[in-house]
Structure formats: C-alpha cells, structure tokens
Design a protein around this ligand. Structure first.
Ligand SMILES: NC(=O)C1=CN([C@@H]2O[C@H](COP(=O)(O)OP(=O)(O)OC[C@H]3O[C@@H](n4cnc5c(N)ncnc54)[C@H](O)[C@@H]3O)[C@@H](O)[C@H]2O)C=CC1
Ligand SMILES: O=C(O)C(=O)COP(=O)(O)O
Length: 601
C-alpha cells in the first residue's frame, strides 16, 4: 500500500502521483507486548494540567482560607483576585467556593466533598500550603476534575526541628518544669530527666521529615533505626540508619518518633496491641498526624506505665477537647500543631504553594500535583505534541463510530524504539480518554478525572507497547487507537481485525493522521477532515478540490492511500472551514466515491 501526501496549496497535475511516505512498514517490529501501567498516586515530576481557564477569561479568583506568608500572597495578587477569608465556617466556605477558581488551605480547613459539590464546577485547583493532604477529600476532588497541589518541601526542616525540640524537652521535662517554676515551685528532684545519648530512636516513616530527624538524632549520639515499608534501604544506609520491620522497631526503641502520613494503613497504628509490644518506659513523639495514634489507647498505655512520656504536636481532632485526658496528662507535652510554624518555613511554603497554584491555573506544569499523573518536565516537553495527537486520535476514532453502537472497549498501541520503562503513558491515555468522551457527552475531562470518568462510563481502555528497532530519539513513532465491537459510519475505518482504527504520528512537531482502517493516509490534524473512499482514478483530488473551492472551503492538506493503483483508495482532506451539507453531498455524488465522512477535530 502506498501513500500520497502533498500540500494542496501546491496542487499540480502530479497530485495523483503517490509519494512513498510510510515509515511503519519499513521498521522491523518486535512482537507487541503489554507493559504494566504506572500506578496511580504520587509521582515526583511535572504534569500537564488541563484544568485551566481560557486566557480570554477574566482574572481567576483565589480564596485563601488560612494564614499564608506575605511573599506568597504577593505572588498570588500579581496574578489573581485574592480573597483572604480566615476562620470561615464550613457553611461559609461552601457559599464562597462557587465564586472561586482556587482555594488555598493549611491543615485547619476540611476540604470535603460538600466543598467540591458546592463549587458548581468552578473550583479547579486546591492548594495545600504544607505537606499533609489528609484534610482534602482527594476522591471528591478527582471526581470533580479539581487538581490538588501541595507544598511538600518547604516545611520539612521546620517539622524535623520541632520533633527534635519535643524529643529533648520531653526527655528533660522542660514544659512541666517551666509551668512548675512559674507556679512558684522549685521541684529539682521531681523533674530529673533521661539522657538521649546512646538511646535507640525508632523513626517511623523515613521520608523527608523522618530522614532529617534521623540525621539530627544521630548528631545527638542516639542509635537510630527506622521503619518504612516504601523507603529505599540505600537512602537509610546513607544516613547510617537501619531499616527494620514494624515490630522490631517498636519493640527495641527507647524513643519512637512518628513521621508517616495519615492513611487507612497508618490510622491508629499505635493502639492497645502495638503498645503492648513496646519496651516498658518508651517515649513517643508525634509531629505527623494525631490519627496515627489511638489516643484513648495512649492514655491507657501512659497509665499502665508502658509509655513513660509522650510529646504531641498533632491530634485526631484539632483543637482537641479542653478536657482531653491525653492533653491534660501530666506526662504528656503538647503543642498546637506548630511543626511547620517557623517564619522561614511559612514564607517558603507560601511561595511554594502560590507558584504551584498560579502554574496550575495557567495550565503550566505543577510539580506537586497530588491527584494527577506527573512526568518530569523535560519528558513532558518532548511528549507534548504526542499529547495533542492522542486527544485528536481519540476524537477522530469516536466520531467514526456508527450510531447506536456503545463504545466500551478501546485499545491503544504505542510504538516506540524506547525501552518500555522510558515511556509514561498516563498523560497520553488521559488525553485519548478526553478525546473519546468529550464529543459524545457534556462531561469535561482533564488529566485529573480522565481515568475516573472512563471507569464511570464503563470504558475499558487497554494499552499495549510495540517496541521498534531504530532511533529512540523520539519518544514515540506512532499511536494507534482502536475501538472494538462497534459499527462505523465509514466502513473503511474498520481494520482487518474488525476494529475502528486510526493511527497518527508527529511530523515536525505537528500531529498527523497516518492510517485509517487499513489505508495509509497523511493529513495534518488541524481544522477538520473529510475522509472519502473511492475507486482510485485520475482526477479525483482535482474534482473534490474544486467542489470545496466553489464554496470557498480552504483545503489545508490532501492525501490518498490506496490498496493498489486503480483499486480502492481513501482520500483524507484537511479543511479549515466546515463545508455545508450540500457541498459534502456533492462530494458524495461523485460516481467513484463510495462513502465519505466529515470529522471535526
Ligand atoms: N506537624 C506539622 O506541622 C507537620 C507535619 N507533617 C507531617 O509529617 C508527615 C511526614 O511528612 P513528610 O516527611 O514531608 O512526608 P514524606 O511523604 O516525605 O514521608 C512520609 C514517609 O512515610 C512513609 N510511610 C507511608 N506509609 C507508611 C507506613 N505504613 N509505615 C511507615 N512509613 C510509612 C512513606 O514511605 C514516606 O517515606 C506527614 O504526615 C505530614 O503531614 C509535615 C510537616 C509539618
Ligand atoms: O504540612 C503539614 O503536613 C503540616 O502539618 C503543617 O500544617 P500547617 O500548614 O501548619 O497547618
């Protein structure tokens, strides 16, 4: 099969002469195989976020619901209308949110499902000015196509320093002794402490904060072990820390410092059962989240003498009840969630979140997205034209489906000379999903909600990789989108294996449609496309071109793919304007034309 492809602007009598263009037929293929999809969740890097307002829209409005550093506010004010409304009740937040494009919070605001539902679809970015996103309902955010970004690095040192401050002050009864002296007492015997040097500290959660705590504790002469099922052992080794199992960590520790996120797996991970396994007289620091400790069980463990002391910055409910037994316990030191509260950290966090929110509202890369696929910025730069190609192929494929066929099964094939691990397909999959769903619904699909929306509509998208020999310079050679078990309005779009098939490549940075069904074509994916199947014969391009010309429809690109000279051929015509029905019918009336379809991109 040969492919003819020429800019229509350069129309000449040689138009009918096909030019060999196809690359795929020359590249030897390895047998195709499936690769596991990348897991959902946190990935460091930068996503292409399609959650933006159009540049024609007025300035976006950002609601800042908790105190934010001045430098961050200044950045936000340079870009958006900023409404700083602190201490809103949940009802007030729900009322205000429908007028906001973005919401910025710290740990004190619950961004629950009701908030997203009340936003009426306007809320596009939630910024968490800090690390923990347990106060944001991520499922609801995703379902509403709202991106959540956080500021994961600027308060790490502050939190680690606070953990060390609590560790040392707990060991030396600083808070209790301070209160006692201020009450006019002088109780030197009562407040004899314990030393840190030589003691074993178990760091639970060896992430950013945990590793900084470990480093500092080693400087104090402590023996540090850590438990973190997901942390690489070599990172721990580099700090001189042994990674151990959970039971070993809690059973051998003199001090336990908690630094994991609050998740279903870590909720109440310290409970009656686990306290029972600890060394008698253990001391516990919690600068992570209150919910990782069963607080009633901790009171029991303190009263039973299992836990000698606890120092807590965080609580299941914040603020905790005034008469909380835990807070009032004599051997418990408390602070009001101050881990991130240093001048330096708050300025840093404010700038980090302002930049992330502004970037996301502009549709730029947000390196700290929590609920969207992310790939490193440099990878994204080279993937960008393929992202456009992916959406357009999705749009074309779904428009080829014949009325009444339910779209359920989609197969996507990525052909590349790169190793499978070098290609993150989540962006591409999301954009294909967007292209398929948007023309047939009124749902707004973006990178955040693409997988969710596909699942909700019962779409099954399978992905396959074809490994090509050749240059891995380009991330992809072609993308093929197939819709199975459907009829087509354009029978030639059905491949030999029975699916609607469209395939595209990027040429000079521009996405091109290069295959429809079994026919190789070549038309740039701009404007709209007319596909016609005809009997290959001289003059066809000229005839179709003049019918379009009569109606002043500008042709941008034309190509013909044919089985063999004078046999069946498919002509793909790129048009800048939408032809009238009459014009399309005139094309259909050309005797050699057997079927045609008009597709909007
Ligand atoms: N009190 C405060 O003001 C602050 C509290 N935090 C909290 O500190 C915690 C840690 O923050 P970062 O270090 O920045 O987060 P991070 O994401 O860098 O580290 C968390 C670590 O916990 C590990 N982890 C996850 N599940 C675990 C499990 N079941 N058992 C043990 N480890 C597990 C992860 O593998 C990761 O290495 C978070 O809960 C965060 O919200 C952070 C900053 C300030
Ligand atoms: O970053 C975190 O996870 C924190 O807990 C800090 O909370 P905050 O921003 O001080 O309310």
């Amino acid at each position: 099969m040969a492919t003819g492809s020429l800019r229509a602007a350069a129309a000449s009598p040689s138009l009918n002469k096909p030019t060999q263009l196809s690359l795929s037929s020359k590249l030897p293929l390895h047998p195709s195989f499936s690769v596991p999809l990348l897991p959902r969740g946190r990935h460091h890097g930068a996503p292409l976020v399609a959650v933006v307002r159009s540049s024609l829209d007025a300035k976006p409005t950002v609601l800042v619901a908790e105190k934010l550093g001045e430098a961050g506010l200044a950045l936000l004010k340079g870009f958006a209308n900023v409404d700083c409304s602190y201490n809103l009740s949940p009802e007030e937040l729900c009322t205000k949110i429908s007028l906001c494009d973005s919401l910025i919070v710290r740990s004190g605001t619950k961004v629950n499902r009701e908030v997203f539902e009340s936003s009426g679809g306007r809320l596009k970015v939630v910024g968490r000015a800090g690390v923990g996103i347990d106060n944001v309902d991520l499922s609801a955010a995703t379902e509403h196509g709202c991106l959540v970004v956080n500021a994961p690095t600027a308060n790490t040192v502050a939190a680690a320093e606070h953990a060390i401050a609590l560790l040392a002050s707990m060991a030396r009864n600083v808070a209790q002794a301070d209160a006692s002296v201020k009450a006019g007492k002088w109780q030197r015997n009562k407040y004899v402490g314990v030393s840190l040097v030589g003691k074993t500290l178990a760091v639970m959660g060896f992430g950013k904060v945990g590793s900084e705590v470990a480093r500092r504790a080693k400087g104090l002469g402590m023996h540090v072990i850590a438990h973190d099922p997901y942390a690489p052992a070599d990172r721990a080794r580099a700090v001189g820390v042994d990674l151990v199992g959970f039971d070993e960590a809690i059973a051998t520790a003199d001090f336990i410092s908690l630094h994991m996120p609050l998740t279903p797996a870590t909720s109440k991970v310290l409970n009656d059962d686990t306290f029972a396994k600890m060394k008698k007289g253990v001391r516990i620091v919690n600068v992570a989240r209150g919910g990782v400790i069963d607080e009633e069980a901790l009171v029991r463990a303190l009263d039973a003498g299992i836990v000698a002391q606890a120092a807590l910055d965080v609580f299941t409910e914040e603020p905790p009840a005034k008469d909380s037994k835990l807070v009032q316990h004599e051997r418990v030191t408390v602070t009001p969630h101050l881990g991130a509260s240093t001048m330096e950290a708050q300025e840093g966090v404010a700038i980090e979140i302002a930049e992330a929110v502004i970037g996301a509202l502009k549709g730029e890369l947000a390196a700290t997205a929590v609920n969207a696929p992310m790939v490193p910025a440099e990878v994204l730069t080279e993937l960008k034209p393929f992202v456009v190609l992916a959406e357009k192929l999705g749009r074309l494929a779904v428009q080829l489906v014949g009325g009444g066929s339910g779209v359920k099964t989609i197969k996507v094939t990525y052909a590349s000379a790169r190793a499978p691990d070098d290609l993150d397909t989540r962006l591409l999959r999301a954009m294909i999903t967007k292209g398929i769903i948007e023309p047939i619904s009124n749902v707004f699909v973006n990178l955040v909600n693409a997988d969710f929306t596909a699942k909700q509509r019962g779409l099954r998208i399978t992905e396959e990789r074809v490994i090509l020999d050749g240059s891995p310079e380009s991330p992809l050679e072609y993308i093929q989108v197939q819709i199975a078990n459907v009829e087509s309005r354009f029978a030639s779009a059905i491949s030999d294996s029975g699916e609607i098939t469209v395939e595209g490549r990027v040429k000079d940075g521009i996405p091109h449609l290069t295959k429809v069904g079994c026919f190789e074509v070549d038309v740039s994916l701009e404007g709209s496309i007319i596909l016609c199947r005809q009997v290959d014969q001289p003059g066809m391009i000229g005839r179709v071109g003049s019918i379009l010309g009569e109606e002043n429809v500008n042709v941008s690109f034309m190509s013909v793919g044919r089985i063999a000279p004078r046999k069946q051929a498919v002509m793909a015509i790129g048009v800048d304007d939408q032809p009238s029905k009459e014009t399309l019918n005139k094309i259909g009336d050309i005797p050699a034309v057997e079927e045609f379809v008009f597709l909007k991109l």
